[in-house]
Design a protein around this ligand. Structure first.
Ligand SMILES: [Zn+2]
Length: 149
């Protein structure tokens, strides 16, 4: 599934999660780029060859973007409206670039943070444990016996 090796810590000391995520670096070595583009994750680290196949941040970063960016941008817009009362066109000029730019940056950082934390905590999708095959004795149905009486 992954290239994670329990001996990683001998070769690669743990990297700080938040600064690694802010820089968009590899969760193992902290040097190679985690992203191939703005938001697309690379196949593997160019520095330590760690495969990023384990990466599955899912919808997690989106939740943080909605909460953080929504709070900051809407809070700022409400504050500016009530304190300075600018014309409406200024709202249309001011908030959409901030919304998309800040949202993209928060999305990239939270995605990197979740991938780094996923690697450091060896987190993966939950699996159901299969019970061992047991030979349970058949339980006789005693309700039919009572009905016969
Ligand atoms: Zn690396």
């Amino acid at each position: 599934m992954t290239d994670q090796n329990p001996n990683d810590k001998a070769l690669y000391p743990p990297v700080p999660a938040f600064s690694t995520a802010l820089k968009g670096r590899c969760p193992r070595c902290g040097e190679g780029n985690l992203f191939a583009g703005v938001l697309s994750v690379s196949q593997s680290c160019a520095n330590c060859r760690l495969s990023f196949d384990f990466e599955d941040s899912g919808d997690g970063p989106t939740v943080f973007v909605m909460l953080i960016v929504g709070l900051v941008v809407v809070g700022s817009a409400v504050y500016v409206e009530f304190v300075h009362q600018p014309p409406l066109w200024l709202h249309f000029v001011l908030w959409p670039p901030l919304l998309f730019g800040f949202g993209l940056w928060v999305l990239r950082v939270t995605k990197a943070l979740l991938i780094v934390l996923q690697y450091q905590n060896n987190a993966h999708e939950g699996e159901l444990a299969t019970p061992p095959a047991s030979k349970s004795p058949a339980v006789p149905n005693s309700s039919n016996d009572r009905d016969a009486d």
